[in-house]
Write a protein that binds this ligand. Structure first.
Ligand SMILES: C[S@@+](CC[C@H](N)C(=O)[O-])C[C@H]1O[C@@H](n2cnc3c(N)ncnc32)[C@H](O)[C@@H]1O
Length: 253
């Protein structure tokens, strides 16, 4: 069942988007444009790259406050790459050859169908099943095949970018991130982890322990208890602010 905010796609219409998600798209766009510039060295004539959107959504939204239509992360990928390609072509004598593949993974069939239509409507119809691949199912069920695709395209470096924009914090276990990073040395992963929802929910009850085990970070607290951390306001603020770095450290180990 899609979450209520995203139920639009199941009803054949755009879903609702909140302002903070628009801000996330802007950051993603700016990052992708900048990242693409780093891929081209002097004398290089081909760029091999796989771009994976592991929680793609249906591609079309209506802004919660303004009612304006806006496009989702698959389009952020496509548009940011076009922009980077245009920037990189400036002043080049010989055109770069772009050997790119996009993989958009979505669990809900209705959302994937909506995305397919949105891509067609936005002028990408001819690219579907060529360089734009739509994969139905969960990201983790496709992860091994995606790793193989990346290796096929970039056997030595595994150059790739994975956007893992999960809802909360449970769908991308640390072991999966470790696997991607260990098999693909030049992979980049952009992970959404809802630290606030986790912290609001977290306690020393066995349920939290189970969740931490489920996402393969059982040692997140490094011997401390939530009660102990939350009791100390100053510690808690620091702990909260510093959670993302240790998380990345855990998965990079
Ligand atoms: C937060 S929305 C993604 C929004 C999209 N990245 C964007 O910015 O436009 C999460 C999407 O992931 C899908 N989803 C949920 N769990 C999933 C999973 N395990 N694998 C793939 N997709 C999943 C949901 O159906 C929903 O469409």
């Amino acid at each position: 069942m899609p979450r209520s905010q995203y139920k639009g796609w199941a009803e054949g219409k755009p879903s609702i988007i909140k302002q903070h998600s628009i801000a996330k798209h802007e950051v993603l766009h700016a990052y992708l444009v900048a990242y693409m510039q780093t891929l081209v060295r002097p004398g290089q004539d081909t760029v091999n790259l796989c771009l994976v959107d592991g929680f793609a959504g249906g591609g079309r939204y209506i802004h919660e406050d303004s009612g304006k239509p806006t496009l989702g992360s698959p389009f952020v990928f496509l548009k940011a790459v076009s922009e980077a390609q245009a920037l990189l072509s400036i002043g080049r004598k010989k055109d770069l050859a772009w050997n790119l593949d996009y993989f958009f993974v979505e669990k809900e069939r209705s959302a994937l169908q909506f995305l397919r239509q949105a891509l067609s409507d936005e002028g990408y119809r001819d690219r579907i099943e060529k360089d734009v691949h739509l994969l139905s199912g969960t990201f983790d069920s496709h992860a091994d095949d995606l790793i193989k695709e990346v290796k096929k395209k970039s056997p030595r470096t595994g150059r790739s970018i994975f956007l893992l924009d999960q809802y909360g914090y449970k769908d991308v276990p640390a072991s999966l991130i470790k696997r991607i990073l260990s098999e693909l040395p030049r992979a980049e992963i952009i992970l959404t982890f809802a630290v606030d929802s986790f912290i609001n929910y977290a306690s020393d009850a066995p349920k939290t322990k189970k969740i931490l085990e489920g996402i393969d970070i059982p040692d997140l607290l490094q011997g401390r208890t939530f009660e102990d951390i939350k009791r100390n306001e100053r510690d808690f603020r620091c702990w909260r602010a510093s959670r993302t770095d240790p998380l990345l450290a855990v998965v990079r180990e």
